[in-house]
Design a protein around this ligand. Structure first.
Ligand SMILES: [Zn+2]
Length: 345
């Protein structure tokens, strides 16, 4: 542990992973400028459960080793999906049996993972396809003591089937939003209780009701942007794009117009109780002609070159931003935001 400097604890889904996202660029900046240390829990496939619990664990670990709450800075990228995580209670023997097989384990930043296919003997049903009974594709842990299995996007699968499958008002979406917002509120309260400085943002606009049809399908090419045909770079992302046959594309996208979409609490009034308690002033968001509370996806697609490498110019245009797009976003948006909030120098 360094004697001075700040401790940055970050988390989220694959949009905060340890490979090429903003969290990598943040860490590089912090280390190069000797501002402190970074603990990134960003985990591909992670949802709201992973995000809030990993941050809690990371913060408490630091407090327990004597770090002052004033020196801890939390940055959260709220993820794509809910993804319910269930703790698996393993005996010491079971834990030992899979921890001994080091080749089945991966560690990205602060996130540990063991793949289920190798450890079905733990007793969780293993399925190759996504179903509600599906309990075990892999185990994740932020401390290598408590292991969690990701159980799918939605906690209330059975309830939905029994109660409201026939409803046409997308009621279940409202339940998902409620769960999502309650997670945000729970982490906000944890951070406030411990007097920890923090900022939140999300991968997309989470205040407006969106569906696959009104969001994923609505990103378009910005045909006024330059059409590039070469990548003059040897980084891992560019290298594999060229290997995969990348031929060229427009530099920018236009994100979906969300200004006419209903606010989530208008569509689902039961959310208002939770929504109103969230301190939205602590958030970074993206504003444009078509968006009022955009997330990183909308911002990167419109403001950073080559969001992702496209081999097919049709279909859904968004996926994971590449290394360079994330770098631009960190330099031009997150860095400034953290400065304005006094969280970085
Ligand atoms: Zn590159």
């Amino acid at each position: 542990m360094t004697q001075k400097g700040k401790y940055y604890v970050t988390s989220g889904c694959s949009f905060s992973n340890e490979t090429n996202t903003w969290s990598v660029h943040l860490k590089k900046y912090i280390i190069e400028n000797e501002l402190g240390e970074c603990y990134n829990f960003g985990s591909g496939g992670g949802g709201i459960d992973w995000t809030r619990r990993s941050i809690m664990q990371g913060v408490l670990d630091l407090l327990n080793t004597g770090v002052s709450n004033n020196d801890i800075k939390v940055i959260v990228s709220w993820p794509w999906r809910n993804e319910w995580e269930q703790p698996v209670c393993l005996s010491d023997e079971e834990t030992k049996s899979f921890l001994e097989n080091k080749e089945y384990q991966t560690k990205f930043g602060m996130a540990n993972r063991v793949y289920g296919s190798n450890f079905d003997k733990i007793g969780f049903k293993k399925r190759s396809t996504f179903e509600s009974e599906y309990l075990f594709k892999y185990l994740v842990s932020y401390d290598k003591e408590t292991w969690w299995t990701r159980c799918g996007e939605y906690r209330y699968g059975g309830l939905i089937k029994g109660l409201c499958e026939s409803r046409e008002d997308k009621y279940y979406l409202g339940l998902q939003y409620m769960e999502y917002f309650e997670s945000i509120l729970s982490l906000q309260m944890f951070l406030e209780t411990n007097s920890i400085d923090y900022t939140f943002f999300a991968v997309k606009n989470i205040q407006r009701v969106t569906t696959y049809k009104t969001w994923e399908e609505c990103f378009k090419w910005d045909k006024s942007s330059e059409f590039v045909t070469s990548l003059d770079c040897s980084c891992k992302d560019c290298h594999s794009a060229l290997n995969d046959g990348w031929k060229g594309q427009y530099k920018r996208l236009i994100s979906p117009n969300l200004l006419n979409q209903k606010m989530v609490y208008e569509e689902y009034p039961f959310i208002k109780l939770i929504y109103d308690q969230i301190d939205w002033n602590k958030w970074w968001s993206y504003k444009s002609d078509v968006n009022d509370f955009g997330g990183t996806t909308e911002c990167v697609s419109e403001q950073c070159d080559i969001f992702a490498y496209h081999h097919d110019m049709d279909g859904v245009l968004i996926s994971h931003p590449n290394f360079h797009a994330w770098k631009d976003w960190f330099d031009n948006y997150l860095h400034l935001h953290l400065k304005n909030k006094g969280m970085i120098t």
